[in-house]
Design a protein around this ligand. Structure first.
Ligand code: ATP
Length: 308
């Protein structure tokens, strides 16, 4: 079976700023690929190149067996939800969906059936008469996704759909994406949140326009060279400072209300960490070995990061 969407050696500069360098990508049917990277990594540029909104300086884009480099993707093929999706604030949820249905040529009973299904899918049925302006940030993103899905695309590109969205809506959005994936849709989703990597089948880590690594979350974790100790202590700020100065700790990364310590493997000794902190009068609740988070993996991959 052919790959629904493929890119080979995509490069793009804006003037003298290189935004993307030699990106290869294959989106397989029924999978979620996550494009992970901080602000300015090249995520939006990738999306715009794949949808033909901009032309690459080098490289090609393929939709199934057809080369489409620099051609605007037709709506039947790719659904694209840009970072700033245009909802009409004065129109209701229903009216926004009707607008996009008309735009994509979806009419009559098919439109009504899809609207009902998507509203249900996006958990928005009870808000269908609410004006878009009055929706929460998370609801707006779910409505934007529903509008993008009205023409049932087989390939879906989503540019940071969860940025600035509350945790519950973020979870709901990911549940929706997982359902779509299980129904056979190929999804590329960009995110600056490393913790979302675990929702993806494949992760591509981008920084400054270059791929740092790629693979399943499990494979990326398995390549992590060190061990991680999770520390819960009070006061946490002082604990971080003490540990940053300890010779046997390679790196200290805040992780919610805890710290993740990167330790060179032979030195992984929770008691050593506990003793050091307690000697400084810091109360230690937990020191335990844990799996590296995707944030830890990213830090290790980053040029200048401890793992490089
Ligand atoms: P963000 O989440 O901040 O949008 P991103 O990962 O999507 O980041 P891009 O928007 O693709 O990254 O930007 C990649 C690089 O290209 C950045 O250095 C950015 O400043 C630059 N860039 C993007 N668009 C333009 C443009 N139209 N003109 C000049 N430089 C640009």
């Amino acid at each position: 079976m052919s790959i629904p969407l493929r890119a080979e050696g995509l490069s793009k500069s804006y003037g003298t700023i290189p935004a993307l360098e030699g990106l290869d990508l294959e989106l397989e049917a029924g999978t979620i690929t996550g494009l992970l990277g901080p602000d300015g990594a090249g995520k939006t540029t990738t999306m715009r190149l794949l949808t033909g909104l901009i032309r690459p300086d080098l490289g090609s884009v393929w939709l199934a067996a057809e080369e489409v480099t620099g051609q605007r993707a037709s709506s039947g093929q790719i659904g694209y939800m840009p970072q700033r999706f245009s909802l009409y604030p004065d129109l209701s949820v229903d009216e926004n969906l009707r607008f996009y249905a008309r735009l994509f040529g979806v009419r009559g009973p098919v439109r009504r059936e899809r609207t009902d299904r998507l509203l249900h899918f996006a958990r928005l049925t009870e808000f269908r008469r609410r004006r878009a302006a009055a929706l929460s940030g998370g609801m707006k993103q779910k409505l934007a996704l529903a509008c993008t899905l009205i023409h049932t695309p087989e390939v879906l590109l989503l540019d940071e759909p969860t940025t600035g969205v509350d945790p519950i809506s973020r979870m709901e959005l990911w549940e929706i994406l997982t359902e779509l994936r299980d129904g056979g849709t190929s999804i590329l989703v960009s995110t600056p949140y490393m913790d979302e990597a675990d929702r993806c089948d494949t992760v591509v880590i981008l920084q400054e326009g270059k791929i740092l690594d790629r693979g399943s979350p499990a494979v990326l974790r398995s390549r992590f060279p060190d061990r991680i100790l999770e520390v819960e202590a009070e006061p946490l700020g002082r604990a971080a400072k003490v540990l940053e100065e300890a010779q046997f700790v390679k790196d200290v990364v805040p992780f919610g209300t805890r710290l993740h310590l990167t330790m060179p493997t032979p030195e992984t000794d929770p008691d050593r960490v506990r003793d050091l902190l307690e000697k400084e009068g810091i109360r230690v609740a937990v020191v335990a070995e844990t799996e590296p988070s995707m944030e830890d993996v990213f830090v290790a991959l980053t040029p200048g990061g401890e793992g490089s």
